[in-house]
Design a protein around this ligand. Structure first.
Ligand SMILES: Nc1nc2c(ncn2[C@@H]2O[C@H](COP(=O)(O)OP(=O)(O)OP(=O)(O)O)[C@@H](O)[C@H]2O)c(=O)[nH]1
Ligand SMILES: [Mg+2]
Ligand SMILES: [Zn+2]
Length: 351
């Protein structure tokens, strides 16, 4: 694959040629997980790490490479891995405020042309949350396109109502409605994807971001959540990853919103899930986990068909997101072990 197909244009090329010392070449960061990277060049992907010098001179966390960055890479040991010396200035970015009191930002992704802000029509739809995403995307100089997924699960009237709500909020961005189930609307997304341009998918967990990417790829390359009755807000995609389409075009898959830290505890949950809160208050035990305790009002309501199990799962999922934001660094760290395994599989398959 040519570097131009990976998104390198003359502007980036010129900046990279100024920045990269001899022995270094430009490569694109395709995956990141705290401190560990995967970079891609014309030959393929390899694991990479930052040089000590880079770490020493980086002034703040926004200087750290993120998915989509162009970097000066030096390849070692028969090109089996690389070290990252520098980051080419970003043209656009997605960032979030770091947890804590300090006004510090974390980079989520860089050099993105279009952000698909994704919401599911089914229990995920929330205009205020759309607005927050739009703020973030606009701030990063990225063009937004709204995608409403799972249209197969709502009526035409419900869908019309959601579209009207978006327009009533003064949102003028392009909207595509689609179903990964029926395929309706997927071609419209495909038509927007242009070779050499970079796209990312933003939104909550479980709304079909990865399913859509697999559809666009034409194969089940990335893991999606299996359809199941249980589950407790598990996030299927756990790290950001840039993949390439056959027809050209680069897509960054992202984990659900907890990673973005947009949802703070309680916010949005109380509004959208008032019915669940009310029911839970009727459980026999105040700390009921709604798993197997006697006298559980939530399970009773689901069994009686009064509470939609998907609605309840959607609640659990969002709750897990907001809880994650309260989690300690050590706990978050434990969730990262899987990354090492991915790096190994990249080594095995891609080169
Ligand atoms: N009915 C219906 N189900 C869908 C649609 N799109 C995705 N799904 C299902 O929704 C579930 C979640 O899909 P994913 O693609 O894993 O969701 P995601 O947004 O990538 O979730 P995270 O990786 O956790 O952020 C899967 O069981 C999909 O089969 C759709 O358009 N209609
Ligand atoms: Mg996913
Ligand atoms: Zn209960």
């Amino acid at each position: 694959m040519e570097l131009s197909e990976l998104g390198l244009d003359s502007g980036f090329e010129e900046q990279a040629s100024k920045l990269c010392a001899s022995g270094q070449c430009v490569a694109r960061v395709t995956a990141v997980d705290r401190g560990r990277y995967v970079v891609r060049d014309a030959q393929g992907e390899v694991p990479a790490e930052l040089t000590g010098k880079f770490l020493y001179t980086a002034a703040s966390s926004v200087d750290m490479p993120c998915v989509g960055d162009w970097v000066c890479a030096q390849y070692h040991d028969a090109d089996s891995h690389a070290s990252i010396h520098d980051v080419v200035p970003r043209r656009s970015f997605l960032r979030r405020k770091s947890p804590g009191k300090n006004i510090d930002f974390q980079m989520i992704a860089a050099n993105i042309d279009v952000a698909f802000i994704v919401q599911s029509c089914h229990f995920d739809f929330n205009v205020r949350r759309l607005e927050r995403y739009l703020v973030m995307v606009n701030e990063g100089h990225i063009e937004p396109v709204l995608l409403l997924t799972k249209t197969d699960l709502v009526s035409a009237q419900e869908l019309e109502h959601m579209l009207a709500n978006i327009r009533a909020a003064g949102i003028t961005a392009r909207i595509i409605t689609l179903s990964n189930q029926t395929g309706e609307g997927v071609d419209e997304v495909m038509a927007l994807v242009v070779p050499g341009k970079t796209y990312c998918l933003l939104g909550s967990s479980g709304i079909g971001k990865t399913t859509l990417i697999n559809r666009l790829l034409g194969k089940n390359e990335l893991e999606t959540r299996s359809v199941s009755g249980t589950g407790e807000g598990r996030h299927t995609t756990t790290r950001r990853h840039l993949v390439t389409l056959d027809k050209g075009g680069l897509l960054i898959d992202m984990p659900g919103m907890r990673e973005l830290g947009i949802l703070s505890a309680g916010e949005g949950l109380d509004d959208s899930f008032a019915d669940i809160k009310t029911r839970a208050s009727r459980c026999r035990f105040a700390d009921c986990s709604h798993n197997n305790e006697p006298g559980c009002a939530i399970r009773k309501a689901i069994e009686a068909g009064e509470l939609n199990p998907e609605h309840y799962q959607s609640y659990l999922k969002l709750k897990a997101e907001s809880d994650f934001n309260e989690m300690s660094y050590v706990d978050k760290r434990k969730k990262d072990k899987a990354f090492g395994m991915m790096v190994k599989s990249v080594l095995k398959h891609k080169r």
